[in-house]
Structure formats: structure tokens, C-alpha cells
Ligand binder design. Structure first.
Ligand code: NAP
Ligand code: MG
Length: 488
């Protein structure tokens, strides 16, 4: 596949690509830090204010265009995602580091999301109610929120933005998107898809810049709602800022997801799923399998088999088709993961397995399987990288209690062929996503997605038809004839 040229990024504000008036910075390829992916302007609070103004100007006419025309534009965006799949995946891999296959998956799921949300908007979610008054009709109306702020992380730089932007636009909102500083140029390519699909100027605005610029955007009283995916502290700060003016806020935050493996599990099936869930996307997934709970006698064989699978992973440049695990997104993020590993080892964790890494970039990090105890900090604190820990427990009660003993509640897996254990898992696990004989990672786009405890806020779920609930407000409408009943 042809390598893309040095990219020139720009903000998208009011339908114009704007790259002047602010400082410029380069975007780094974590697999080859000496080869910048491109450059782009860095915005500030005034950039955010300009984008919100553009969204305010555009929103009413975007809504007035009607659901059918809005759906057509999203369907066109789906086609463009497919047509540009190779290029988008290449830019994403260059900038974020995951493999081309992983990034290509994000592109295809983005196309599917646009089509699904275009279809959802054609189905009425409004209701008609009986009225006590003759001649009166009572119905609900779903109005868009208005201007929506979208704040996204770097780890799924294509799909997470699309699963927020597509339903927001479908419902008639105008969007201001503050993307992550690690992945600006792939964000520009995603915004270009929507722009080229025929969005009117200002319906989608993209701003590139630091977290403080995002803070200014979400604090702008003209922003009616904010949807955020990222870390707990930033998410809670945004919640407080938006809630203080009674705006609507949706949060998808961290995870520390368990996989329980019982002695009746099919390990031929379970082991590759656990390794994929733990190490896929270089372990940088909110749904990654971080805590592996081995119940009783399965422990030795499980650790042995997981170790072999982890050692066999191929780490390197995500553009290389033989590579299964790319680098960590940036040097600073890699240092955090390495520090967490060093601390775990100092606290008594044993390294059961690692994989070899190339020395060509400081961002490569060996996927690591630890064994240890629940006393380790790494057993309770989210580490955003490819480290997972196996702990042995002796019975079912202990296994389920341990799985729930966390501040997070995003996803949880159970590997068993015993239907009673499945029943117990489904009814007792405290997680927004429960997987039986399947990885903690991965979801279907027509199904609601989100977590419990510190993993999510309390707004309607992202994805699926519930996405529409977040991006609309319900109004109750009473319509009377306005004249006395001539037939009475
Ligand atoms: P992050 O540091 O919280 O950043 C997320 C986004 O917020 C970025 O665009 C960031 O901009 C922006 N931001 C930072 N400070 C801000 C502020 N004061 N006001 C407004 N916006 C601000 O998270 P990350 O490191 O990118 O992503 C990793 C985290 O995301 C992990 O905790 C992971 O579990 C979580 N995550 C959750 C889900 C889920 O669905 N539950 C999915 C994926 C990831 P800058 O990049 O410029 O700092
Ligand atoms: Mg980068």
C-alpha cells in the first residue's frame, strides 16, 4: 500500500479548513518517531468560541433540512468511509500506532455506524397519548439538543468520534468536536469524510488543540450537551462544568475489566480470546481484559497457555502485515505503563511472560502477563497498556466477589460451559457489558454500550438506538382544534 505524504492538518470551522492564525505543531508516528506524520495548527479558547459560533449559526437550518436529507448525507459518509478505507487506516496507523488491520476495522465499523444511525432517524421514537379532552391530540416530539460538544480520546481515533458524531448529526444537532492531541490528523481525515458527504457549513466543526481548549468549549453556555470518552478525572471535570449550567453530559470513562476462567472452560477457545482482549490495540482499550481470575485447578494450565500465547505476539510497526501489536501511542504514555509494571514487580508480581520488542522506537512495549495477588496496585488501578495479571481463587463465590471488587464496571467476561455459572454471572456481575465465552473487548454497533460505577455517567447509553435518546430532548405537545366542536 502506498504510504501517504506528509499531511497538512487544519481546523474545520463553518465549512472552512483553517490553518492560519495559531501556532503549528507536528504529529508523531510512535513506530517511527523520527518521521512526523504531518503538521497542524494548535487552537485555543478563541478557536473553540469560533467553532461554537459556527455551530450555532448552522444548527437551525441543519435541523430544518429534515431527517431524510440528513440521513442521505450520513449514508453518503458511509460510502466515503468505505472508499477511503485504506487511506484512513494508513493515517490512523501512522499516527496512533495500532495495526492496519485493527485500524481498518474501525473504518468499516464507522461506515456501519453511519448507516445504522441514518436508519434509526427514520424510525419514529415519538408517541401519541390518549387525551381526556374531545378533539385534542397529545404527542411527544423529539427535538435535537442543539449544539453538541464531542470530546474524544486517541485510542479509537476513528470509531469513537463517529459513534458520537453520527447520531448527533442524524438527530439535527450541530457538532463541535475537540479531538485528542495524539491523533489530530486522522481526525482531520474523518471530518473530511463528513464534509465531503455534503454537510452544510458549520454542522460539524473540528478543533485541534490542547485539553484547555476542550475545557473552554465545554464551558461555553451555548453548548447544550457534551459527550465525552476518556479518563475519569477529565470526565468528572467536564461533568462538573457542564452540569453547573444544567447542560446534558454523557461520559464513557475507564475500565479494569475481569475475565473469570472456570475449570470447565474450553481453554482452546478461552486463551486466544483473553490474549486478544488483553493485548489487542496494544492493550489501550477501555474494555481490555486487565484482571484474569483463574478458579482452582485451571490456574497452572491457564497461566502456561496464556504465557505461550503472549510470548508469540509480534510487536512492531503496525504497517507491517506480520505485526500483531503496534507501539504505545506516545513516549509519555509508554513511560506510565512501564512505571506501573516496575511498581507491580517491586510489590511482588511475577512476570510469567513477555514478548520480544524491536529497538527502533522508544514507544514499543513488551506485552506482559503477570501473576500475583490482589494486593498489587495494578490489580485495582487502570493501566492503559498491554499488562494483565492472573490471580488464583479457590471457589465460585470468591471469583464473582473479586470480579466485582473494583471501582469500575465497564465489561466482564466469564469462560465456562456450565449454564448455572452463566446464570449467576449474568445476574451478579456489576458491569455494563457482560460476555460469556467471549472477550471483554468488542461490541455490536446496534447495541447500547456503556458501563457502571466509575466507568460511565448516567445519561442514556452510547451506540444502538439509545444514542438517539441522549442527542434529543422530549417535548410533550397538546394540539386542540381551537374552535368549539361543531358536531357536539
Ligand atoms: P483523556 O486524557 O481523558 O483525554 C480525552 C480527551 O479529553 C482528549 O481529547 C483530551 O485532550 C481532552 N481533554 C483533556 N483535558 C480536558 C479538559 N480539561 N477539558 C476538556 N477536554 C479535555 O483520555 P485519553 O488519555 O485520551 O484516553 C484514555 C482514557 O480513555 C482511558 O482512561 C480509557 O479507559 C478511556 N476510554 C474509555 C472508553 C469508554 O468507552 N468507556 C473508550 C476509550 C477510552 P488532549 O488529548 O489534548 O489532552
Ligand atoms: Mg501520535
Amino acid at each position: 500500500m502506498q504510504r501517504v505524504d506528509f499531511l497538512e492538518g487544519a481546523h474545520l470551522i463553518g465549512g472552512e479548513w483553517i490553518s492560519t492564525g495559531t501556532s503549528m505543531t507536528t504529529s508523531i508516528n510512535p513506530a517511527r518517531p523520527a518521521e512526523p506524520v504531518g503538521e497542524h495548527p494548535v487552537g485555543d479558547a478563541s478557536t473553540a468560541a469560533d467553532a461554537v459560533s459556527a455551530a450555532c449559526d448552522a444548527q437551525k437550518s441543519w435541523r430544518a433540512l429534515g431527517f431524510k436529507r440528513r440521513a442521505e448525507i450520513l449514508e453518503r459518509a458511509a460510502v466515503l468511509f468505505e472508499e477511503r478505507a485504506d487511506e484512513l487506516a494508513m493515517i490512523g496507523t501512522l499516527e496512533e500506532g495500532k495495526t492496519l488491520a485493527e485500524m481498518g476495522g474501525e473504518v468499516m465499523l464507522s461506515a456501519e455506524t453511519c448507516r445504522y444511525q441514518a436508519a434509526i432517524i427514520k424510525m419514529s421514537t415519538e408517541r401519541v397519548y390518549p387525551s381526556a379532552k374531545p378533539g385534542e391530540t397529545i404527542r411527544t416530539l423529539r427535538a435535537p439538543l442543539g449544539v453538541v460538544g464531542v470530546v474524544t480520546p486517541w485510542n479509537f481515533p476513528i470509531l469513537i468520534p463517529v459513534w458520537k458524531i453520527a447520531p448527533a448529526l442524524a438527530a439535527g444537532n450541530a457538532v463541535v468536536w475537540k479531538t485528542a492531541s495524539n491523533t489530530p490528523l486522522v481526525s482531520v481525515a474523518v471530518a473530511r469524510v463528513f464534509h465531503d458527504a455534503g454537510l452544510p457549513p458549520g454542522a460539524l466543526n473540528l478543533i485541534l488543540g490542547p485539553g484547555s481548549m476542550g475545557g473552554a468549549m465545554v464551558a461555553d453556555p451555548r453548548v447544550d450537551g457534551v459527550t465525552f470518552t476518556g479518563s475519569v478525572p477529565v470526565g468528572f471535570g467536564i461533568r462538573d462544568s457542564v452540569s453547573a449550567r444544567n447542560g446534558r453530559v454523557q461520559l464513557e470513562l475507564g475500565g479494569h475489566n475481569p475475565a473469570i476462567v472456570f475449570d470447565d472452560a474450553d481453554l482452546d477457545l478461552a486463551v486466544p480470546m483473553i490474549v486478544a482482549g488483553a493485548m489487542g490495540s496494544t492493550g489501550q482499550k477501555c474494555t481490555a481484559t486487565r484482571r484474569i481470575i483463574a478458579v482452582g485447578s485451571v490456574y497452572d494450565e491457564l497461566v502456561d497457555r496464556l504465557s505461550k500465547a503472549v510470548s508469540a505476539l509480534t510487536i512492531g510497526d503496525g504497517l507491517d502485515p506480520n505485526v500483531t501489536i503496534g507501539p504505545i501511542v506516545a513516549p509519555g504514555a509508554r513511560t506510565e505503563v512501564a512505571d506501573a509494571l516496575a511498581k507491580a514487580v517491586a510489590q511482588g508480581a511475577e512476570v510469567a511472560a513477555t514478548a520480544a520488542i524491536p529497538e527502533t522506537s522508544e514507544c514499543f512495549f513488551a506485552p506482559t502477563l503477570l501473576t500475583g495477588s490482589t494486593q498489587l496496585d495494578i490489580w485495582t488501578e487502570e493501566v492503559f497498556g498491554p499488562i494483565s495479571t492472573v490471580v488464583r481463587v479457590e471457589g465460585d463465590d470468591e471469583a464473582f466477589a473479586l470480579a466485582n471488587n473494583t471501582d469500575f464496571g465497564l465489561s466482564a467476561s466469564v469462560f465456562t460451559t456450565d449454564l448455572w455459572r452463566v446464570d449467576r454471572a449474568v445476574n451478579t456481575l456489576e458491569a455494563g457489558i457482560i460476555k460469556i465465552n467471549a472477550p471483554t473487548t468488542g461490541s455490536e454497533l446496534h447495541v447500547p454500550f456503556g458501563g457502571e460505577k466509575q466507568s460511565s455517567g448516567h445519561a442514556p447509553r452510547e451506540q444502538g438506538d439509545t444514542a438517539h435518546d441522549f442527542f434529543t430532548r422530549t417535548r410533550s405537545v397538546y394540539i386542540n382544534p381551537g374552535t368549539p366542536n361543531p358536531y357536539a
